[in-house]
Design a protein around this ligand. Sequence first.
Ligand code: HEM
Length: 531
Amino acid sequence: SEIPNGLPWVGQDHRGPFKRSRSYLRSVFGTREMIREGYEKYSKNGRPFVLPNLFTGAEILIPPAQIDWLNEQNEENFSIIDTHKQFIRADYTMLLDQTTIHERIYKDAFRKNLTRRFYELLPPLAEEVEHALIGQAGTDPEEWKLIEGFKFWKRVVVQAVSSIFVGKPLCNDQSYLYYASRFNQNVMLKAGIIGTLPAFLRPILGYLIVCTDKYYHARCADITSPTIRERLNRHVEIASGKAKEVGTQPNDLLTWACADAVQAAQSGNAAKFSLDFLTRRLSLMNFTSTHSTGLNLNSMLVDILFASKEHGEKGLDGPTLMERVRIEIEDAYRIYCQTKDQNPNAGEVFLESLPTMEACFKETLRLRGFVSRIAMKTTTARGSQISVPTVGVVPRGIKIGVPVWGIHHDGEIYKNPFEWTADRWLDNGPMQRMPVGGGGTHEMYRSYIPFGYKATVCPGRFFAVNVIKLIASHVLLHYDIELPPNAERSGHQWWGTSISYGTEAKYLIRRRQGTSVSPKTEFASWWHKTV
Ligand code: HEM
């Protein structure tokens, strides 16, 4: 792709020859400095800049004030799908086929079931959170277990989410859970490497790089296929009037997907009716919903633990952040237990009554976000006729977006922007009113965009926020959790434009004294009464 002339490039202030080429090389680990330079020098002055990117090609980052303009551009001229495909090299890593290659992932499931009807899914989710924790951390209050943060939480999230993706008994099948949590574990690393390969080598080396993920997917597909086949047959019978309504089927992703498949087949899209398509869709849903959720849950807990440790080291008065969050959960859970028999919305009220935890999560999303640019779109052939304000006419294949890392680290918006301070979100004012998922008509809606913005916003944000609240609540009610002695904060690791934080962190965890395990009843009464 060809970047129009006259635009300033960042990362060029280094002496010596081949400045541009060297900036591309530095983009592998050094994008942070380049985005910082671009945001300070150009974005804040209303100008665009060019960011070298070895993995997917140079991109144009327009000033944040233009985000609404970018949002309004349609898919025909500015493709979101093309951008996602390149960013994670979806053609190699995401099992795409002729059916999935042109579409965004399963919009209906997000809008309808995982968002509007989320609270109906709470009981099975909560039950499986408990099972996952018991399986991973045990129930012995005398034994501290050393756990590897990200891997541990990812596995917990996979099990919890499986309760509403594949239902019982698959959500307790240890082999399924193992393969589902391994699929695409290192997707950004692999996508980056594939991006640097010469085009003619990609079909062979790219295939080799992702062959373990294809294996994990194949194993998941083997395990889930009999259940999917059975559900599919059932839906065919329902559609032909031979069996009872869908209401008799489990309320999970397999049911939604099978109903969707039968509908698609009836309207002539037979490809969506295949077992192969449905197992691929399941693996993709697993990946999109669990990876980022596991990463952010881990980062938030790391941040809370370190903030609490530093509180002690500084000799500050009052409860630590961990204690404040725990007291808040205990209070909200007590009310939930007292009201759940009369109030069908008690679960919703519980999750909505955790402002301190929300503040922690907002701060983690602001500071540890895994993307450094957002709302990215790629110009299509028709884009060559389009003039981008402040940039000029752009040819086909150029990626354009907004430097979200700069916005979230802007000292004029956030005081001491590089410090993790949950309390900044507890101001009884605009910061506190800002929804965790961002968006809405809130006065800060362009300054806090960890899930993206409007047309490109993450469709799973509501689900992610609530799953994280649910797991963190269960853990803090039932487990003691500490940093090992001499633990130190890790920095952020940059790999191209992606960021990771705290993935190597380790914790000590053990069951809290006096907590009981739920009886083995349907939905385990939402953790039994423990407080
Ligand atoms: C804390 C957890 C999560 C974070 C921080 C997060 C963040 C993001 C971001 C930044 C984007 C790209 C937005 C853009 O391009 O401007 C995105 C896209 C996406 N996310 Fe999430 N996400 C999370 C959890 C989830 C979950 C749980 C699901 C599924 C249930 C999900 C499904 C998706 C999908 C399907 C897309 C692509 C949407 C499209 O086609 O444009 N995410 N997410």
